[in-house]
Each structure stands twice: as C-alpha cells, then as structure tokens.
Write a protein that binds this ligand. Structure first.
Ligand code: PXG
Length: 297
C-alpha cells in the first residue's frame, strides 16, 4: 500500500502528492528540509529538528505557513496516518510556485510537504566492520556564500562530494573548508577520539549543526569523556585513536580508514561502540510519543 503524504494541509495518497514545475524548490533549490527518525512510536528530538527547520527558513527569509506547534501536529498526524512505529520523516518547505525568474517575492504560497516512511537501515556490517572515507576535492561551501548550517534544498555541493567518494570506492566523502580544515562529510558530521577526548569541528568552519552530533556531545560528556568542538585537520584524523560519523539515518558509524590510512587498530574503536550503545538506549527512552495523544488534540 502506498504512503499518505502531507501536502499543504491535506493528507493525500502518494500518487496525488504532486507539486508544480514552477515551484522554486525544484527550479532553484529554494527551500529547506529536515530528516527525522521515529523509534518505537516516538519521534526523536522533534523540537530540535523543528527549531533547525525554522532557523534555516528564517535564514533564507522563507515564511513557514504553520506555527511550530501546527508543524509538530502535522508531523505526528502524518506518522499516524501511515501507522508507522519506526521510520524516517522528511518535512520540506519550499518557496512555492513562482515565475521563471529568481525573485522569491513572486512566490506567494510556500509549499509544505511531509513524507513519513519506513527506513532502509544501513547494513549491520557497516557498524561491525567500520567504513572507509575519502577526502574529496570539492570544498565545503564557504559560510559567507551558502552557510552549511542552513539545511537548504540546495545540496549540490554535498552531492558533488558524494560522487567523488563513490568514484573512489569510499562510503563517505570527507569535506574540508577553504582553509583546509576538516568540516564534515556529505551527509554526516565527523568526530575523532583521542585519549579520552571526543572531538568534532565547530559549525563555523562549515558544518551542519547535526542533531545526532549534539546528542553525541551530550552522551560523551555524561560518560566522563572530554567532549569538545575544535579545529581538526586531516592529520588529526590520520593519527586519531578512533574516527566516527554521526547522522540521523546512520546514527553513529565507525570509520576505520581515512584516505587509505587505517585508523587506530583498523577496526571500530571501543569508545565509538560505547557511544553507539548509549545512543541506542537513548532512542528507546526519549522522544515525542505519536500514539498516546488524540489526533484532534
Ligand atoms: N551534515 C550534513 C550535511 C547533513 O545533511 C548531517 C550532517 C547529520 O545531521 P543530523 O541532524 O541528521 O544528525 C546531515 C544529515 C542521508 C541524508 O541520506 C542525511 C541528511 C540529509 C539528507 C539525506 O543520510 N542530513
């Protein structure tokens, strides 16, 4: 059975969930989005995802035609309509239909849609054996051109990086900023472990403020590690005890090889595994319940 999609205030069958070819989300990547996980009937860190969505929209002066409370209800309604317990939720807000020019002022009606679907989990082997990543030549967008903190529909920078990584036979692309500092991967944040420190680059070097990244910083501190944001270079990764990536879809994935250099013992490290375990436990404990409230509440 097909999915029910939230589109501009209505739940419609996926075959009918269509938007205009004049939508500037399509014509120009003019819009914002989120990727959210649903674990056992609870939406993980929903408030934080919505906050990031509204911040991304504010940054591009895009008016979201729902209040955050309405948006939250729309997400919960969409999950309920599809009777999901575990899944992936993709809210998208675009500038809406306009003419063929760039001018966003001519787009009067932003488009809002929400897809809630089952999630295709990554193979267990990724987590047991770890992944290989590769530095790519595509640099992260500069923070003063298109700030990577903005989760916009304009993802070509990341896609170009992903293409390079695919070409090199690597699972993910390690992306540097224009100063040669490590920023993040094409769709995941990056961390290193050195001694008892768990380190990730600050967002101002050119990285998304990942929700999973934030959770990992919290969990690492709670577990007694030094959790900090710091400038990292490729050298720091090559000589780290452990490297891992974080993201909503991937959660926490060990990296065992960077640019052909084995990391640590060349297998997933103990602190990565410990954090992954802590993360998994947290996903079973917290989250906004989808089914314990009335639909019309
Ligand atoms: N960096 C970038 C550039 C991202 O797009 C993350 C980091 C991780 O952030 P969260 O908040 O998820 O911890 C993302 C995540 C995918 C996919 O297929 C991931 C993202 C967007 C689209 C697809 O894994 N965003």
């Amino acid at each position: 059975m097909g999915l029910l999609i939230y589109l501009n205030g209505r739940l419609v069958p996926e075959e009918e969930a269509k938007i205009s070819v004049f939508d500037h989300g399509l014509l120009y990547g003019d819009g914002v989005f989120e990727g959210i996980r649903l674990y056992s009937g609870r939406v993980f860190r929903l408030t934080q995802h919505l906050q990031r969505l509204y911040e991304s929209a504010a940054s591009i002066r895009l008016r979201v035609p729902l209040t955050p409370a309405q948006f939250e209800q729309a997400i919960l309604d969409t999950v309920r309509a599809n009777q999901l317990q575990d899944g992936y939720i993709r809210p998208v807000v675009t500038r809406g239909p306009g003419d063929l020019g760039l001018d966003p002022a001519k787009c009067g009606n932003p488009t809002v849609f929400i897809i809630a679907s089952r999630i295709q989990l990554y193979p267990e082997a990724w987590y047991e054996q770890g992944l290989k990543i590769q530095t790519v030549s595509t640099r992260k967008n500069a923070v003063d051109s298109l700030n990577p903190r903005l989760k916009s529909l304009n993802y070509l920078n990341n896609i170009l990086a992903k293409l390079e990584a695919n070409e090199a036979g690597a699972a993910e692309a390690l992306m540097l900023n224009h100063a040669g500092q490590v920023a993040e991967c094409s769709a995941d944040n990056i961390f290193i472990v050195r001694a008892r420190s768990v380190l990730t680059p600050p967002v101002w070097v050119g990285a998304l403020g990942g929700i999973t990244r934030q959770v990992v910083l919290e969990l690492a501190a709670r577990a007694g590690f030094t959790a900090a944001e710091t400038i990292l270079t490729q050298h720091d990764l090559y000589t780290a005890d452990e490297v891992f990536m974080t993201g909503t879809a991937a959660e926490i994935v060990p990296v065992v090889n960077v640019d052909g250099r084995p990391i640590g013992q060349g297998k997933p490290g103990p602190i990565t595994m410990q954090l992954r375990q802590a993360f998994r436990e947290l996903t079973t404990q917290e989250g906004t319940p989808v089914y314990t409230q009335q639909a019309d509440e």
